[in-house]
Design a protein around this ligand. Structure first.
Ligand code: NAI
Length: 211
C-alpha cells in the first residue's frame, strides 16, 4: 500500500483516528459507522469516509468500519507496527518530564539513553538512565542503532547537535528546540512547539474574552 499520495493533512489526522479506535477497542466495540465515529471524533462523517478511503475503503455499506482492522491498518500506515529506539538530548525540565513519561515506550518508542552537556548533570539519574555526556552522542548513535533523537536543548547549540546526529546516522529528530533545524532531506524532523499551540488557544479565546 503506497502512502505517497496521501496528503499531509490526512496524515496529521491519522493519530487521532488511531487514538479513538484504540479507545473503542478497549471498550470492546467491534464496528462503527462513519456517523458514530464522527460524533466522537468531531470530524464530519464525509471527511471520515474521504480520509479512510485513501487506504482502500475499509468501510462496507451498511456495516461501517471494523474497529480492530482499521486500528491495525492505521497503525501500520503510521509505522507503529515496529519499535523505535530513541535517545534524549537535554535533560533539563522538559527533557526530564519526557523521560519520566512512560507512555511513549508503551507506544513502541523506547528511550535508551539520555545526554546533557552540563558536567553537573552527567552521572545523575532520571528513571533508570544515568545521564551521559553529550560529547559522546555521535559515537553512541553510531554504535547503538538509534532511530530517533529527542532534542530538548535551548536553540543555541541545537543546530550543532543536529549536525552531529546526522553525521552519526540518525533517521529522525523530534525537535522541541524553538529553531527550524537544517538537515538533509532524508532525515525527518518533527517539530513540537507548545507555545504555538498556546497562541492558537489565545486566538480561539479572543472572541469570547472581548465579547
Ligand atoms: P532547561 O534549561 O531546564 O534544560 C535544558 C538542558 O539542556 C540543560 O540541562 C542544559 O544543560 C542542556 N543543554 C544545553 N545545551 C546543550 C547541548 N548543546 N547539548 C546537550 N545538552 C545541552 O530548559 P527546558 O525548560 O527544559 O527547555 C529546553 C528547551 O526546550 C528550550 O529550548 C525551550 O525553549 C524548549 N521548550 C520547548 C517547548 C516546546 O513546546 N517545544 C516547551 C518548553 C520548552
Amino acid at each position: 500500500m503506497g502512502n505517497k499520495n496521501i496528503s499531509m493533512a490526512v496524515i496529521r489526522r491519522l493519530p487521532k483516528y488511531y487514538r479513538y479506535l484504540a479507545d473503542l477497542l478497549s471498550k470492546d466495540v467491534q464496528r462503527i459507522s462513519s456517523k458514530e465515529l464522527s460524533e466522537i471524533i468531531g470530524f464530519t462523517a464525509s471527511q471520515i469516509r474521504q480520509d479512510l478511503n485513501n487506504f482502500g475503503g475499509f468501510g462496507q455499506q451498511g456495516y461501517g468500519y471494523n474497529v480492530e482492522a482499521l486500528h491495525k491498518e492505521i497503525g501500520k500506515i503510521l509505522g507503529l507496527d515496529r519499535k523505535y529506539r530513541a535517545i534524549l538530548i537535554g535533560a533539563g525540565n522538559l527533557g526530564q518530564a519526557l523521560t519520566n513519561y512512560t507512555g511513549f515506550r508503551l507506544a513502541g518508542f523506547e528511550t535508551i539513553a539520555v545526554f546533557d552537556a552540563n558536567p553537573k548533570m552527567i552521572g545523575l539519574k532520571i528513571r533508570d538512565f544515568e545521564i551521559m555526556d553529550s560529547d559522546n552522542v555521535e559515537e553512541f548513535v553510531r554504535e547503538n542503532d538509534v532511530d530517533i533523537a529527542i532534542v530538548c536543548i535551548p536553540k543555541n547549540g541545537a543546530q550543532l547537535v543536529a549536525d552531529k546526529l546526522v553525521r552519526a546516522g540518525i533517521k529522525g529528530i523530534w525537535n522541541f528546540a524553538p529553531i527550524d533545524l537544517e538537515v538533509p532531506s532524508d532525515i525527518i524532523v518533527e517539530n513540537v512547539n507548545l507555545t504555538e499551540s498556546l497562541f492558537t488557544l489565545s486566538y480561539l479565546m479572543k472572541e469570547n474574552l472581548e465579547g
